[in-house]
Design a protein around this ligand. Sequence first.
Ligand SMILES: [Zn+2]
Ligand SMILES: [Zn+2]
Length: 354
Amino acid sequence: MQNPSVVLHGPHEAYVEDRPIPVLSEVNDVIVRVAYVGVCGSDVHFWNNGGHLSKVKDPLVMGHEAAGIVHAVGPNVTNIAPGDRVALEPGIPCRKCRDCKAGAYQICRKMVFAASPPYPGTLTKFFASSADCCYKIPDGMPLEQAVLMEPLAVAVHGVRLAGVHFGHKVIVFGAGTVGLFCAAVARDFGAALVLSVDILENKLAFAKEIIGTHIGRTATPDSALTPEENARLLVEAHGLEHGADIVIDASGAEASINTGIFLLRSGGTYVQVGMGRRSVQFPISEICDREIVVKGSFRYGAGDFETALGLVERGCINLKPFITNVFPFEQASDAWKATGRGEGIKNVIEAPRD
Ligand SMILES: [Zn+2]
Ligand SMILES: [Zn+2]
């Protein structure tokens, strides 16, 4: 095979198939020899539901969290050269629309995003990207850890939108990869308290390790209680009489969203990072009565990958413990299944070696 790729045909139907090797079609294009691809919740969703294949008939090359080695570059590329080790930003915006021009390319409606139908994903040997979407990684960073730059950039974007400043009390719901990174980034942005909330004890044990015990706390809400009651218990247990300055929801769970709103101080900021159901019950009167600011956070924007790399390079965040398992290319579906069962933090798939 010249370009083996893991292709999804429908729910629980994925095979290694050959695809043409991509070519440099623009002067700023880059071909990357993929080394590792991280598994994300959306991959599991695609695997279980066949992606959006109901809308798009064509089979889909999976994967969007990737790192690899630059294979070829177009004539105008100056920031990277063949042989460089890079983390990939998996979406290429149109650069021309109003949103792109206004500096919010993450909401570009013409975004070409890996494994977002109909665009092919990164679970392939050779992947075509653009030079400004490839970030050289530090010498000491193993390529399998570099796949974490994508979820870390998601966290940086959310924490930036939240406006976390020195001294803030920050609560993060959800202790999956993105939630953990949000908590760690909030700490590094100067939060005085970071409380990580999840229903799974093993995730919280990991959160303790990652955030540290100096400013980091963890909590498990009681699912038998209402969000208001859970909020009251958390306020008492963690000295939040005036409420939290910032709540970031990386869970998408209705109960968490509601509890988060009740935990905020008046005038506080709520940021939705995690995606759950399309609509949930939401205590909207709290938003008015207490002038709470609510923001949505989608992927990452200008500077977020650089900030993510900077945090790792300065030793603020240790990526090693995040990598749970590395699966062979041919066993990509085992990696999705393991992630679907909630096993570990980040499962990674190794791209074909030769
Ligand atoms: Zn992802
Ligand atoms: Zn655009």
